[in-house]
Design a protein around this ligand. Structure first.
Ligand code: SF4
Length: 492
């Protein structure tokens, strides 16, 4: 019997989006490989929509990994010059087929849409559209955006986008597809990442093919070159005429999710000029500077602690080793291990190596702690394997506040750092010492220097650490799955 047991304890990734306008290319295949590169951002469902200019649109989406949803036959059925794609981990709207994306709406115009983020006014917009007689097929806030755009009376899609964006509140990095354009737009705060890339033509005759992706690692896989980040509040329109851009939604302070740098994005992605692997290693160096300790060896919690471990071990002059071997094939939806096996707990995913850890004073590095269940088990396993001392070093500050911008991080009460001092958390986890990287340390690592720290801070969201939400009214907003929870009330 399968169940939805979740073997991850950290904050969960949200979604990945991709879009391309490429008349000279097999766009569905490129979308497939781009989504494959973005798979870490969502493993619940995958989908691609393709369209020919002035012609038909076709979308295929289903639950499962990219490689499970598509095969040669389905890819070949996705014809056209333009395509968008999506991988999903559910934030608003539960995990079910109807909530897979791209969403397709057919009204004044036919439009497919893929969205990464979370609207904090989804319930209000949903109720309003229902009052106007709109029927929804899903419980995802992405369908609300698609509906507003498909129904919009403006002749040009970019004018519709400009108007609709002014009604949306929250996080949205979005790609949409019509029968004439691929349109990408990012909320005025730029909460979730979005990048622009290009596939250069082989000759001077053919036009370049522009593409959009949540992360630049998608470009590397399909032979595209990363050009730049899409700006907060920017709309990019890709058509037969090439690339056009405009700004909507008013000037706001940029507030990119700082957690993308710490954990979500792939280490080979670029964000704000940084390759994340490098800034994560710097986080490890600063962690050591902030809290050195007498120790024998540094080990990561794989893979989330890998990059910071390298930086910390380098700064400490200590050897690093693999204290755990990780099974990379533990899926989010998994057969229940049953009573007997459950006693072995996390060994399903991590197996400690006594030969590395026994009798040693360990520095154990990870990127974050949310509930603390996984970390507690990791500490227990290391003790059982004979570790002499366990000094936990976390390359992010304590998480104390929920995210309303597209990351699933459980409620405040479930967070181990909520209402506890660092010493109390250390006691809960059973480690000998615990240090969280300071907020200043995070920004120093991202910005590249202490001087750059304040400037870097001013363009990021760090609300889950500090409680300071960039959008006014966020705290009063409806939480995760609010739309679903409120549906019976709205429909009544
Ligand atoms: S609250 Fe935290 S996880 Fe959410 S967008 Fe802000 S920094 Fe990212």
């Amino acid at each position: 019997m399968s169940s939805h047991t979740d073997h991850r304890d950290g904050p969960r990734d949200e979604c990945g989006v991709f879009g391309i306008y490429g008349p000279e290319h097999d766009v569905a295949r490129l979308a497939y490989f781009a989504l494959f590169a973005l798979q870490h951002r969502g493993q619940e469902s995958a989908g691609i929509a393709a369209a020919a200019r002035g012609g038909n649109m076709m979308a295929i989406r289903d639950q499962g990994l990219v490689a499970q949803v598509f095969d040669e036959h389905t890819l070949q059925s996705l014809e056209g010059e333009m395509a968008i794609g999506h991988v999903r981990y559910s934030t608003t709207g539960s995990s079910q087929w109807q909530n897979a994306q791209p969403v397709v709406r057919d009204d004044r115009r036919t439009l497919a849409l893929a969205h990464n983020g979370n609207l904090i006014n989804a319930v209000e917009l949903y109720a309003e559209l229902r009052d106007e007689g709109v029927e929804f097929a899903s419980t995802s806030d992405s369908e609300i955006i698609a509906t507003l755009l498909a129904r919009h009376p403006a002749e040009r899609i970019e004018d519709a986008v400009a108007d609709v964006v002014s009604r949306l509140r929250g996080a949205f990095s979005t790609v949409a597809l019509t029968d004439e354009a691929v349109i990408a737009f990012r909320d005025p705060y730029g909460l979730r990442p979005l990048s622009l890339g290009v596939i250069e033509p082989q000759d001077d005759v053919r036009p370049p093919a522009y593409c959009i992706a949540s992360e630049s690692c998608a470009f590397d896989l399909i032979g595209a070159r990363y050009l730049r980040d899409v700006q907060p509040g920017e709309v990019i329109i890709l058509t037969e005429g090439g690339l056009r851009t405009r700004t909507v939604g008013g000037a706001q302070r940029s507030a990119l999710c700082v957690f993308e740098h710490i954990y979500f994005a792939r280490p080979d992605s670029r964000m704000g000029g940084n390759v994340l692997q490098v800034s994560r290693a710097r986080m490890g160096e600063i962690l050591w500077r902030e809290a050195p300790v007498e120790a024998d060896v540094v080990i990561p919690v794989p893979d989330s602690g890998n990059a910071a471990t390298r930086g910390l071990a380098r700064a400490a002059g200590l050897p690093q080793d693999d204290g755990f071997i990780k099974n990379r094939y533990v899926a989010r939806t998994f057969i229940q291990p049953g009573q007997e096996l459950r006693r072995h707990g996390l060994r399903l995913k991590f197996n400690p190596l006594p030969e590395v850890v026994a009798g040693k004073r360990l520095v154990v590095v990870d990127d974050s702690i949310v509930r603390g269940n996984t970390t507690r088990q990791i500490v227990a396993m290391l003790r059982e394997a004979g570790a002499k001392e366990i000094h936990l070093r976390i390359s992010a500050p304590p998480i104390k506040h929920p995210c309303h911008y597209g990351i699933d991080m459980s409620t405040r009460e479930e967070m181990i750092a909520h209402g506890r001092t660092v010493e109390e958390v250390a006691a809960e986890l059973g480690c000998d010492s615990l240090h969280y990287l300071s907020m200043e340390g995070v920004y120093e690592a991202i910005g590249g220097s202490r001087e750059a720290s304040e400037r870097t801070r001013s363009v990021h969201c760090d609300a889950c650490f500090t409680g300071s939400y960039p959008l006014a009214g966020t705290e009063a907003a409806h939480g995760k799955h609010a739309l679903e929870a409120q549906l019976p009330l709205i429909r009544a």
